[in-house]
Design a protein around this ligand. Structure first.
Ligand code: ZN
Length: 102
């Protein structure tokens, strides 16, 4: 019985150690990344174009009517039908939807 308790305690200790290690590694990586990218000028990231990703994580997301995947409004696979605009994850879904609409 005592052995089991010791085992659980060791496991909890291991979890705590892993969590601390991960946060420390994360901080070190953040520091290294900041040192590498911010060699000239301040360490703070400016309001440049580097901060905006190619695909926006939040904001204009539309549901692919064929497979249900959420795609950004910047996708090349889109189609206007009537007053509605459809967004697709791929050319395959777009052509499938065109065929289904007929
Ligand atoms: Zn799709």
């Amino acid at each position: 019985m005592y052995g089991l308790i010791a085992l659980i305690r060791n496991l909890l200790l291991l979890v705590v150690v892993i969590t601390v290690l991960r946060s420390v590694i994360g901080l070190v990586m953040k520091f290294l990344g900041g040192a590498l990218s911010g060699s000239s000028g301040g360490s703070r990231p400016g309001p440049g174009a580097k901060t905006s990703p190619a695909v926006p994580l939040s904001g204009d997301l539309h549901r692919d009517p064929v497979c249900g995947t959420f795609v950004a409004s910047t996708t090349a696979f889109q189609r206007q039908q009537g007053g509605e605009r459809f967004y697709y994850c791929s050319e395959a879904c777009r052509s499938q939807h065109i065929l289904a609409a007929r």
